[in-house]
Write a protein that binds this ligand. Structure first.
Ligand code: TRP
Ligand code: SF4
Length: 329
């Protein structure tokens, strides 16, 4: 199976949170044992919405590498690399942009959503419209067979397959059509009950410990109908309960019952959860401290991954230029 290529990326928006972990990284850690995996930090993708503020650009990349390592990605088992160091991605993006109809990009549901949601940012740019074409290049340049992503990325993967098909038909068969490996999503809301997201400021970071973690958990929104401990609760609408289902599977059913009967208070319920989350994060934070104390490891990890990514993508680019009959030599 190690010859099946699996590829995925994460935008470099800074330290990873539990939503990133359960939405993607946990799955990557499992896949690295079975497949030929390429996992990368999509730093160019973070420019599509964050081009104005590049103050923390490099810092954010390093944070992501440290958190991926801390989460259990093993540079001996998979390739961890940085998109902007593999300039072949940019060349393929340019070539694929020639054959990508504008209508495919304009029609993309994530494009329309983001335009209306991020109304305070000016993302009416060429680069932002081309986001799916860049993502297609990231994937096709490894001739990936499978791409582990969350559901929100499915429209991009669909465009990727369409671009691959168009290229193969127009020139020569070069790209396999990549399949999505959907992460069986553990549903973990943010502290306020909405989706956990950096832009909502409702996250728990993998590196949050002791007081920071405790304060965040104690501030979580519970069932608003519960004023007194004896008020019967509705655990299904409570974020704390959603967390218990992930971090405290054994006790979750009894917590559900006692909450409904008004037998436990929210403060005690949160304290219990704090213990469980903190236990879960502890080995991750230990590995994080290890790499923080040895920053040369960040460079080592990326240099190794970048070198392998370069070999693979040089190969694809030769095939692409040949198929398109555009190699001058
Ligand atoms: N768009 C992805 C996200 O926001 C990140 C990404 C960029 C990606 N290129 C990719 C994911 C290629 C998978 C494959 O999460
Ligand atoms: Fe939520 Fe626990 Fe309070 Fe019930 S007791 S509402 S599950 S925090």
């Amino acid at each position: 199976m190690k010859d099946m290529v699996v590829l995925s990326g994460t935008r470099s928006t800074g330290s990873l949170h539990l939503g990133n972990y359960f939405g993607a990284v946990e799955n990557w850690v499992n896949l690295q044992n079975e497949y030929n995996c390429y996992f990368f930090i999509a730093d160019w993708h973070s420019l599509t919405t964050g081009y104005e503020n590049t103050e923390n650009y490099v810092h954010n990349i390093n944070e992501v590498v440290m958190d991926l390592y801390a989460s259990g990605l093993d540079p001996q088992k998979c390739n961890i690399f940085l998109q902007s160091k593999i300039q072949n991605h940019a060349e393929l993006h340019l070539l694929l942009s020639m054959i990508t109809p504008l209508s495919w990009l304009e029609r993309c549901p994530t494009y329309k959503d983001q335009l209306s949601q991020l109304s305070e940012k000016d993302i009416r740019t060429y680069g932002f419209l081309g986001y799916p074409c860049l993502m297609a290049s990231d994937i096709l340049i490894y001739r990936a067979d499978a791409v582990p992503v969350g559901e929100d990325q499915l429209p991009h993967l669909e465009i990727t397959r369409e671009i691959a098909r168009r290229f193969n038909f127009m020139y020569q068969e070069v790209f396999p059509e990549p399949k999505a490996l959907l992460t069986k999503a553990k549903v973990l809301p943010g502290l306020d009950g909405r989706k956990m997201s950096k832009s909502y400021d409702n996250t728990i970071l993998l590196k949050d410990e002791s007081e920071v973690l405790r304060t965040k958990i104690m501030s979580m929104i519970t069932d608003p109908a519960r004023i007194k401990k004896t008020d019967p609760g509705h655990p299904e609408i409570c974020s704390v309960y959603a967390f218990h289902k992930v971090f405290n599977e054994a006790e979750a059913p009894s917590i559900c019952e006692s909450c409904k009967k008004g037998e436990i208070g929210c403060v005690a319920c949160k304290k219990n959860l704090y213990g469980k989350v903190s236990e879960f994060l502890s080995p991750i934070q230990e590995r994080r401290k290890f790499i923080e104390a040895k920053p040369s490891l960040i460079r080592e990890i990326l240099e190794k991954g970048n070198a392998n990514a370069k070999i693979k993508t040089d190969d694809t680019m030769n095939m692409v230029r040949k198929a398109m009959k555009i190699n001058w030599e």
